[in-house]
Design a protein around this ligand. Structure first.
Ligand code: GLY
Length: 305
């Protein structure tokens, strides 16, 4: 909510839609309590935070991205500079880091104490076939234990101005405890985000591998171009993902065991959030104020016992 509020304020001051979206995502990247984005994000299996981010500017149809970026918290700002100051669209790993340092970004350790403890507990309890022993339960912070399930959180922000221009940004630390070098959907244009100046935008969060093969964000925007509403387009993309999901990732009722969400914004201001699993909500700020809106989706999680 703070991020969308901030972006909206900048848009009212006349900011470009991409500048506003990057500024909003920067707030989330700075938040040490968000364990899925930027500083404080959960690390890879070696305990090192690796970030993916992409930006896309609707009016010019240009994009920039970074993947597996270490030591630099503002991955979205670096992605924008890839777009603006190189002839490339995607820089990865060591090259992305060198590019960021050349642009004046300061290197820092992105692993907070909270994220380190969560990672250490995952490492210690990963399985019986290694030399790490589980710690006594009374020595483990309950806050750490609740992160035992692997997370795939991400932030996507889309901005639309009064002129009907739309841009969007996606930033993430990716799948918690991933294999070093794993890149998800977030920095892949057409998958983690897509913007078309004539139509609108879409971005995703959730299991990147489920979104990459179908380029869900590109598909959603193309469905909107064909006349689908943001809601219809988002639900259709989710249905296609289900059809393409291998059996090993389906439960006994044929439902994906993972979550995946899309956030769609049409050039005329209509928007929707859709989620494989409900309930889910997304943040909106417009002339009616800031609020969380309910996402639509395919399946309902059973209530927690
Ligand atoms: N959607 C974020 C990721 O899979 O890395």
């Amino acid at each position: 909510l703070d991020a969308t509020r901030h972006a909206y304020k900048l848009l009212l001051q006349g900011a470009d839609t991409l500048d506003a979206a990057v500024a909003a995502v920067t707030l989330v990247e700075d938040d040490p309590n968000d364990t899925s984005v930027g500083y404080g994000g959960l690390p890879n299996e070696d305990g090192v935070v690796e970030l993916d981010a992409a930006v896309m500017h609707g009016p010019t149809h240009r994009a920039g991205a970074v993947a597996a970026l270490r030591n630099i918290r503002h991955a979205a700002q670096v992605a924008r500079l890839v777009m603006e100051q190189t002839d490339h669209q995607l820089l990865v790993g060591e090259g992305a880091l060198r590019f960021a340092v050349a642009q004046g970004f300061k290197e820092e350790n992105l692993l907070t104490e909270k994220a380190r403890k969560i990672w250490l507990y995952w490492r210690q309890t990963r399985g019986p076939s290694d030399d790490w022993l589980p710690p006594p339960l009374d020595k483990v912070d309950p806050e750490v234990r609740q992160y035992f399930e692997r997370h795939t959180g991400t932030v996507h922000v889309a901005c639309l101005n009064a002129a009907g221009e739309v841009s969007c940004v996606t930033s993430t630390s990716g799948l918690a405890f991933k294999i070093a070098g794993r890149v998800g959907d977030s920095p892949i244009v057409g998958a983690g985000l897509y913007a078309d100046g004539q139509v609108g935008s879409c971005g995703s969060t959730g299991r990147g591998e489920a979104n990459l093969a179908g380029l869900g964000s590109f598909l959603a925007v193309e469905l909107m171009r064909g006349g689908a509403s943001p809601l219809e387009a988002g639900l259709e993309v989710l249905r296609r993902v289900v059809k393409q999901t291998p059996a090993r990732l389906l439960d006994e009722e044929g439902r994906p065991r993972f979550d995946l969400k899309y956030f769609l914004l049409a050039k005329d201001g209509r928007h929707a959030g859709v989620s494989m699993w409900l309930p889910a909500r997304y943040a909106v700020t417009d002339a009616n104020g800031s609020r969380l809106e309910e996402a639509a989706g395919l399946y309902h999680r059973p209530p927690k016992q």
